[in-house]
Design a protein around this ligand. Structure first.
Ligand code: IPE
Ligand code: IPE
Ligand code: MG
Length: 265
């Protein structure tokens, strides 16, 4: 099929399991409130859901998992919650990076790291270097991330790196400067916690992602909840601007069996 110019990158090969899943992990505070616990208890429990989601993604052949952990707007929260979230992030990294590496997982962080202290930044870079050659799952944490920040920093780099005049720039010149330039655009976007919004997550990259919203609160999210999202994804028809009849000849990525056939959902 000839590639025609459009506002997206190359259309991905049709795949039954999404290659890249991006998740807004929302609802920790409400999970805690329902149990008369402080909000931080919800964040702590949220780490368990991260563990089970990573495991479930590996079991299902997902190649990229991207989790929104802290947005550029989350600094507006009460100071003690921000401090707790930062400490939880650092402590979890310290405990988990070696385990990620043992499991063949590549670890990446996207976001504006300039607000993190130098020890944390060094630790993130060490983790990224340690796991750089792993490929079983590319696991990205978005920390102090904002889609608008990402677009702005990419535009700035594109302009300062290139002698081109503005009218000569192409999408590819911009895309290579995005924080997640190593990954294809997400096939499936999931938001837990019932809100139906993007909250400044991957604004450019979600252009053609299938969107899935669930009321499940993030600490309750598990392999079963992931399977429901994947099942919904499998029922979608990704047309990328075409009509149904044009899709029959699109290649299907081989080697991946339909999840519904393997598991009772
Ligand atoms: C998501 O849960 C975690 C972060 C934003 C860090 P919330 O803390 O937003 O939980 P709710 O939305 O208040 O329930
Ligand atoms: C989005 O959740 C950010 C993360 C999950 C890290 P929020 O709970 O902060 O989003 P809003 O404020 O309700 O849009
Ligand atoms: Mg929230």
């Amino acid at each position: 099929m000839p590639q025609v110019p459009g506002s997206t990158r190359e259309d991905p090969a049709k795949s039954i399991i999404p290659r890249h899943i991006a998740i807004i992990m929302d609802g920790n505070g409400r999970w805690a409130k329902k149990r008369f616990l402080p909000r931080i208890a919800g964040h702590r429990q949220g780490v368990e859901a991260v563990r089970s989601t990573i495991k479930a993604c590996m079991g299902r052949g997902v190649e990229y998992l991207t989790l929104f952990a802290f947005s550029s707007e989350n600094w507006h929260r009460p100071e003690e919650e921000v401090t707790f979230l930062m400490q939880l992030f650092i402590r979890t990294l310290e405990h988990e990076v070696a385990k990620l590496n043992e499991n063949g997982i590549r670890f990446k962080v996207i976001g504006d790291l300039s607000k993190f202290d130098s020890r944390t930044v060094a630790f993130i870079h060490q983790g990224e270097e340690l796991t750089a050659n792993n490929s079983r799952l590319i696991f990205t944490v978005a920390a102090n991330y904002g889609g608008r920040w990402d677009i702005m920093q990419a535009v700035q780099k594109m302009i300062s790196d290139s002698p081109n005049s503005l009218e000569d720039f192409k999408e590819t010149d911009l895309v290579r400067h995005f924080a997640m330039n190593y990954a294809p655009d997400p096939d499936l976007f999931i938001r837990t916690g019932g809100e139906c919004r993007i909250s400044n997550f991957l604004l450019w990259q979600l252009a053609y992602s299938e969107l899935y919203f669930t009321d499940t609160l993030w600490p309750d999210f598990d392999a079963h909840a992931l399977d429901l999202a994947i099942k919904s994804y499998q029922q979608r028809e990704r047309r990328f601007g075409r009509i149904s009849e044009q899709l029959q000849n699109m290649p299907i990525k081989k080697g991946i069996t339909k999840i519904a056939a393997k598991k009772k959902l």
